[in-house]
Design a protein around this ligand. Structure first.
Ligand SMILES: *[C@@H]1O[C@H](CO)[C@@H](O)[C@H](O)[C@H]1NC(C)=O
Ligand SMILES: *[C@@H]1O[C@H](CO)[C@@H](O)[C@H](O)[C@H]1NC(C)=O
Length: 197
């Protein structure tokens, strides 16, 4: 009895199989198109980095008042050949031994295709009272002729990637700025950049 009942493929199964095949081909073609598009456009994430800095003044009295003046150049770079990039919510904090010294803030700005913009931040003279631990830390730095500050912050960048539309990305900067205390020159040891490489 069972032999006479030959299983036949239901027409609906055929329809579903054909739809699945078409969908798979569509997915593969989309993948190829996106990949080729990516290779042609080669989107680059815009980034920010410290290009140079200088410690113009560093004075310190026995009462524990630290006075500094500093210049920091931060570059926003857009390596995309076909898209300009816009940056917003730019804000950095400069600190000494976790004590905030200055805040660098910038309004929105644009960087055109394949170019860069440098911002020259000047931290004006200000007197910062130090506690005992930081006074010792500073004494030690002056003796060593080398002082370290921390620079942390973000900037949000947005740029167009071909037909995909605009992409948003946070650039994070978190690095140490080291200076010789005697002449104020910047020691560029490790790269201070939001570019992850
Ligand atoms: C981008 O700029 C560099 C120099 O800054 C230049 O050598 C290069 O040809 C430019 N690329 C495009 C696509 O404009
Ligand atoms: C500053 O001083 C350091 C060592 O004290 C030296 O290596 C450096 O070249 C000096 N920089 C300038 C610009 O004189």
């Amino acid at each position: 009895m069972k032999d006479s009942f030959k299983p036949r493929t239901h027409p609906l199964v055929w329809v579903i199989a054909i739809i699945c095949t078409i969908l798979s081909i569509a997915v593969i073609i989309t993948g190829i198109v996106v990949f080729v598009g990516y290779m042609i456009i080669r989107p680059r994430v815009p980034f920010i980095s410290v290009t140079s800095a200088h410690l113009d003044t560093i004075r310190y009295d026995q009462a524990g008042l630290l006075e500094i003046e500093m210049a920091i150049d931060i570059r926003a770079e857009n390596d995309n050949a076909k898209a300009h990039a816009s940056f917003s919510d730019t804000s950095f904090v400069l600190s000494f031994d976790a004590l905030q010294i200055a805040k660098l803030v910038d309004g929105p700005f644009d960087v055109s295709k394949n170019s860069s913009t440098v911002f020259n931040y000047v931290i004006p003279s200000s007197q910062i009272p130090l506690d005992r631990t930081r006074m010792e830390q500073l004494d030690f730095s002056l003796k060593r002729n080398e002082i370290t500050f921390d620079l942390k912050g973000n900037s949000r960048t947005r740029w167009r990637v071909g037909l995909l539309g605009s992409v948003k990305f946070w650039c994070h900067l978190n690095c140490e700025l080291r200076f010789h205390t005697l002449n104020g020159s910047y020691i560029s040891s490790r790269r201070c950049s939001s570019k992850s490489k």
